[in-house]
Write a protein that binds this ligand. Structure first.
Ligand code: FPP
Length: 260
């Protein structure tokens, strides 16, 4: 991967290394606007978006993240013009084909989340191949959210639990947040500590809604193709300065409550 990255030596991780999140989720938004601003076709924005993704994976490894989840295609993205959907599918296929060997060498495990029913067989095959080829890796897990929607994921988990209850495999009274978590596509993956969204939009757009209950959010004004190592470093520095209470309180040394 290293050969592909545009390094920016200005930021040394040791200068800001504080608390490094285990899991970062990214909503890679703004490819279309990046292209529009330059008078280029939208596909060019997506192409540059793939470049930014490569850079980000390298930086995530360098900074010691364990999980990186990227929103590559939402369940709602099918409503885009047919040519753009086809371009995005082509880019995903090419990314996996061209980069699989390097991802493998870099110790990246690929995990795909999202609805696999009704996917084009060649896309399905390529996603499965990427997962199978990298399943033994442990340095960074790159979770690719593809044909993914949080509401659909939660509804699917509810359907499976309802079927198990009807078959007498579980008692409906046992269904709680932990059991539902175990039935999500992300079962076994820790919740994201930090979610980054580019392009200035400030919403989740059906991304990891259940898992983001206690995530910190960093919204960046730049469009995704401009995201790089420095931008990730800045977002991690913001995360490091945040105090996370997970619904509890912070106690001062004397035991007084200092937060809500
Ligand atoms: C949002 O920009 C981006 C997407 C819908 C797709 C993101 C895809 C990539 C970065 C490339 C393919 C991914 C992989 C894993 C190879 P937008 O089109 O909504 O931008 P806009 O809001 O400015 O129109």
């Amino acid at each position: 991967m290293r050969s592909m990255i545009k390094t920016n030596a200005a930021v040394k991780p040791t200068e800001w290394l504080g608390r490094i999140p285990i899991h970062v989720g990214i909503i890679m938004d703004g490819n279309g606007r990046w292209a529009l601003n330059r008078g280029l076709p939208r596909i060019e924005g997506h192409r540059r978006g793939v470049e930014a993704l490569r850079i980000t994976v390298c930086a995530a490894i360098e900074f010691g993240l364990r999980y990186l989840t990227v929103y590559s295609f939402s369940a709602e993205n099918w409503s885009r013009p047919v040519e753009e959907v086809s371009d995005l599918m082509g880019l995903l296929k090419r990314f996996i084909r061209n980069d699989l060997a390097e991802l493998q060498r870099a110790g990246v495990k690929i995990k795909v989340i999202g609805d696999r029913a009704n996917l084009n067989p060649d896309i399905l095959a390529i996603l499965q191949e990427a997962e199978a080829a990298t399943c033994g890796n442990a340095r960074l897990t790159l979770v690719v959210a593809f044909n993914y929607g949080s509401r659909q994921e939660i509804a699917a988990a509810a359907r499976v639990m309802a079927a198990k209850a009807a078959a007498g495999l579980i008692d409906a009274a046992e269904i709680d947040a932990d059991l539902l978590t175990q039935h999500l596509d992300t079962a076994g993956i820790p919740d994201p500590d930090l979610i980054i969204r580019t392009s200035g939009e400030q919403r989740l757009s059906n991304f990891l809604m259940w898992q983001a209950a206690y995530s910190e959010f960093v919204f960046l004004p730049i469009h995704w193709p401009d995201f790089d190592r420095q931008a990730l470093a800045d977002a991690l520095a913001q995360f490091s300065a945040r105090e996370r209470r997970f619904g509890g309180v912070t106690l001062s040394p004397e035991g007084a409550k200092v937060g809500g």
